[in-house]
Design a protein around this ligand. Structure first.
Ligand code: NAD
Length: 295
């Protein structure tokens, strides 16, 4: 089994690393919260107190970090992955970052004999726990083939989308679709409630028709209970809407609904909801509809 170094044991990273341990991979992990390192150790992993200690002997290095600056801090510099990973190691970044950042990382890696893949995921915390993520990969075919057994532990839909950065471009499109869909579902919830319709019954029948979606299914209980534990934080979706609107602008693609959704996500954050799950876009619709947000 290849030896894995896993950097970033947050909402997504810790359950993903646990799934690799369950599948028999030796995993050494590093992250900023000591309690997450203890949880990795409890699952059979080896905690490391620094990036160099984590990656030095690894065949495969995986990063699952919040955003571009975190990835750059972990990848580059005297204490970074590129300085300390073995030549020939495979560096798989599963964070959601800009396609440009992934392309730069691949170029820098190549100069130092490190093979790089961008492999962002969709499916949320539940997908990470269940090992049912969608994995969108950019990079060389042979590196994708080498990483495939690991991806198959983490996800059920694993696709190489093209060259370096292509995984991130597909993930940006994913985030556009998810934000617009959550906003539409939230608007439907407030409309249904204000109309006096039984909400659980309405969501049942909507879920079985063309309006049904993974978003409606997975966020249904959050909407009904007005409970928004993260999940996927609005702060992170704000970052992702910045990625998709900038990337679309670069290629001359119009994303009017995406731009509107980006503003609504930014407004939710400005109202103090950045730490809540993105289903809390419902709170914004409640405010716009003259209601005090419940929950
Ligand atoms: P998170 O904030 O829960 O976890 C991030 C982890 O990175 C933390 O444990 C933190 O300690 C660690 N970290 C940050 N800087 C570090 C550094 N310099 N050195 C070592 N560790 C460091 O975030 P998350 O929800 O797990 O998301 C991770 C990535 O996955 C993000 O890019 C996000 O957009 C993406 N994503 C998240 C979800 C989701 O539902 N949460 C779904 C799909 C994709």
């Amino acid at each position: 089994m290849p030896t894995i170094a896993w950097i970033g044991l947050g909402i997504m990273g810790l359950p993903m690393a646990r799934n690799l341990l369950k599948a028999g991979y030796p995993v050494t992990g590093h992250t900023l919260e000591p309690e997450k390192l203890e949880q990795l150790a409890a699952a059979g992993g080896t905690p490391a107190t620094s990036v160099p200690d984590a990656v030095r002997h690894a065949d495969i290095v995986v990063t699952m970090l919040p955003a571009d600056p975190d990835l750059e801090a972990v990848a580059y510099g005297d204490t970074g992955v590129l300085a300390h990973a073995r030549p020939g190691a495979l560096f798989i970044d599963m964070s959601t970052v800009t396609p440009r950042t992934s392309i730069s990382l691949a170029r820098q890696g190549q100069r130092q004999g490190i093979r790089v893949l961008d492999a962002p995921v969709s499916g949320g915390e539940a997908g990470a726990v269940e090992g049912t993520l969608s994995v969108m990969v950019g990079g060389e075919q042979e590196d994708f083939d080498a990483a495939r057994p690991l991806f198959d532990v983490l996800g059920t839909t694993v696709v190489r989308c093209g060259a370096h950065g292509a995984g991130q471009t597909v993930k940006a499109a994913n985030q556009l679709i998810v934000a617009v869909t959550i906003q539409a579902c939230a608007e439907a919830v407030v409309f249904l409630e204000k109309s006096g319709v039984d909400l659980p019954a309405a969501l049942d029948v909507l879920g079985g028709g063309l309006a049904g979606s993974a978003v409606l299914g997975r966020k249904r209980e959050n909407f009904l209970r007005r409970s928004y534990p993260p999940g996927f934080r609005i702060d992170l979706h704000h970052k992702d809407m910045g990625i998709v609107t900038a990337a679309a602008r670069e290629v001359g693609a119009a994303v009017p609904l995406g731009s509107l959704a980006a503003s609504l996500v930014a407004a939710a954050r400005a109202q103090g909801d950045g730490g809540l799950d993105h289903s809390a876009l419902l709170r914004g619709v409640e405010r716009l509809s003259g209601l005090t947000p419940k929950g």
